[in-house]
Design a protein around this ligand. Structure first.
Ligand code: HEM
Length: 508
């Protein structure tokens, strides 16, 4: 007998929720332009039946139809899409809109409460703990790793001389994975897995799955997702990825017990002591630095350590892989810019085959412009998200707290108002005299504000070492031009068919 009143109460409660949602979100958001809303799907129905390889271009069409400011609905979740630097600044510079968007919910089971996804006090404590780990002195101590791995890559390229076009992406992937394992974890990859390719495949499949779920709102509900074959596959690769990071921690802890680590990171920095331990066993990795800093009362649980390791593997490896490949691709399709980079490398290095110090890298100014320009055209993370923690006003529209802000880095990077001839590769745009009047939020490949990329200096140092080592020995030719390149959004912006290049040995 109680059933009928219970249902009536539940129904009234549901109606109240719908009324609140309509008043707080639907009515204000519907004032913004955008595709028509339908229940359950929101506006994601525009992607139904679209082949995976076309999703990127379909999304792009709708962005160009409604930009600069428009709304989308991910199921019943409202989203404001932002493509103007002034508007990006409102969200990114704020110290309140720090929570990441719902896209990252799809990576939560893998990355947990690591720096990338955590929020509030937990995020702040990790950011504070990890910031010194990216100090110039620490980066300097990683130079031997960057140089050694770049040298191995140069050797691997040798058999390709005068051969046909080949995809350079797997080779760069190999190098950057080695680098992140030895710098961030202090361990060579071969100690962690017999099959690197399997780990890389699992990592990329995981990001693909996150992308797939983000455009299918009904699969955000875990039970529904796990019933689907993709959900079962997700569980399998999640286990593999966690086994890898678990192995990193066990191995490094075991090694640490056998190593005498002479100083803590803070003591080294205070004494301005060089942290360049050439013996791999004695070089401090990020993981060691965290383990040291968290010794005693600040001890970190194994679960938190695993989140951190997974976060570094996700954020610090495929990003640099893509950025390095995009720069190689752009230089390979712009021989004049490539020759300028080469001349600069020769003038800085003389007869040395590779850079070995940060001072040398700092002199590679034109190369830095080329990397920045490649990151403008192909920004690795084309979109980032935040959940608004309070109401904001943009162009006279009130956007309520709780809405997800989608910040379109890739679109603002190709805005002709800030970058004339936006689809052309012109490294000179980043010379100081050409960029000083540009809006500070018109170019943000590493995001900006309090949650910007903690690893940007690390990435540039690694990338410059790899590129200088390659360009100093080889001339690169890309098979495709920028206009011919087909893209694929897969959490990161990736090429659909790899990066095909030819290499020729330089004579001098
Ligand atoms: C070219 C290479 C890279 C690019 C383009 C890049 C880009 C970005 C962007 C756009 C964000 C903001 C993400 C968001 O708000 O959702 C970010 C955050 C982050 N990046 Fe990078 N990144 C690169 C390399 C690295 C490297 C090498 C590391 C570590 C070794 C790293 C570690 C991180 C971490 C931990 C965060 C989260 C920071 C926080 O939320 O406080 N990144 N990166």
């Amino acid at each position: 007998m109680l059933i009928i009143p219970l249902f009536a109460v539940l129904f009234l409660w549901y109606l109240l929720l719908c009324w609140k949602w309509k008043k707080n979100f639907f009515d204000p958001m519907e004032k913004l332009p955008g595709d028509k809303y339908y229940p359950i799907f929101g506006t994601t129905y525009t992607l139904i039946g679209v082949p995976r390889s076309e999703v990127f271009y379909t999304l792009l069409d709708s962005i160009y139809k409604y930009k600069p400011l428009f709304r989308t609905w991910n199921g019943s979740h409202p989203e404001v899409n932002i493509t103007k630097p002034e508007h990006l600044q409102v969200v990114l510079r704020s110290s309140t809109h720090l929570k990441k968007g719902i896209f990252y919910d799809n990576l939560y089971e893998w990355l947990g409460e690591g720096l990338l996804i955590s929020q509030g006090a937990k995020w702040f404590a990790q950011r504070k703990l990890l910031t010194p780990a990216f100090h110039f002195k620490i980066l300097e101590s990683f130079m031997p790793v960057f140089t050694e791995k770049a040298n191995l890559l140069v050797q691997d390229l040798e058999p390709k001389i005068e051969g046909d076009y080949f995809d350079v992406l797997p080779m760069i992937t190999n190098t950057t994975l080695d680098v992140i394992c030895e710098t961030a974890m202090g361990l060579p990859v071969c100690r962690l897995t017999k099959n690197k390719e399997e780990y890389v495949k699992a990592l990329r499949d995981m990001t693909e799955m996150a992308m797939w779920r983000s455009i299918k709102p009904h699969f955000r509900w875990h039970p529904m997702f796990y019933l689907h074959p993709k959900g079962r596959y997700f569980r399998k690769i999640l286990k593999e990825l966690h086994e890898f990071s678990g192995a990193v921690i066990t191995e490094r802890k075991k090694q640490r017990n056998n190593i005498e680590v002479e100083d803590t990171m803070e003591e080294c920095l205070k004494k301005k002591k060089r942290l360049s331990f050439l013996d791999l066993k004695k070089r401090l990795s990020f993981l060691d630095l965290v383990l040291q800093a968290a010794d005693g009362p600040n001890a970190i649980s194994d679960k938190n350590l695993r989140d951190l390791v997974d976060t570094f593997l996700f954020a610090g490896f495929d990003t640099t892989t893509n950025s390095t490949c995009w720069t190689l691709f752009c230089l390979g399709s712009h021989p004049e810019a490539q020759e300028k980079v080469f001349e600069e490398v020769r003038s800085v290095l003389g007869d040395k085959p590779q850079p070995t110090t940060i001072e040398e890298l700092n002199q590679l100014k034109y190369m830095e412009c080329a990397i920045k320009e490649a990151l403008r055209l192909f920004p690795v993370l084309g979109v980032i998200t935040r959940v608004l923690s309070e109401d904001i006003e943009l162009d006279g529209y009130k956007i309520p707290a709780g809405v997800q802000a989608i910040l379109h880095i890739a679109i603002v990077h190709r805005d002709p108002e800030h970058f004339p001839e936006p689809n052309k590769f012109i490294p000179e745009r980043f010379l100081p005299e050409n960029s000083k009047t540009r809006h500070p939020f018109a170019y943000i490949p590493f995001s900006a504000g309090p949650r910007n990329c903690i690893g940007q200096k690390f990435a540039l140092t690694e990338e410059k070492t790899i590129l200088a080592s390659i360009i100093n020995k080889y001339r690169i030719k890309s098979m495709l031009t920028i206009d011919e390149m087909r893209l694929f959004t897969h959490t990161l912006v990736r090429p659909q068919d790899g990066i095909k290049i030819k290499v020729e040995k330089r004579e001098y």
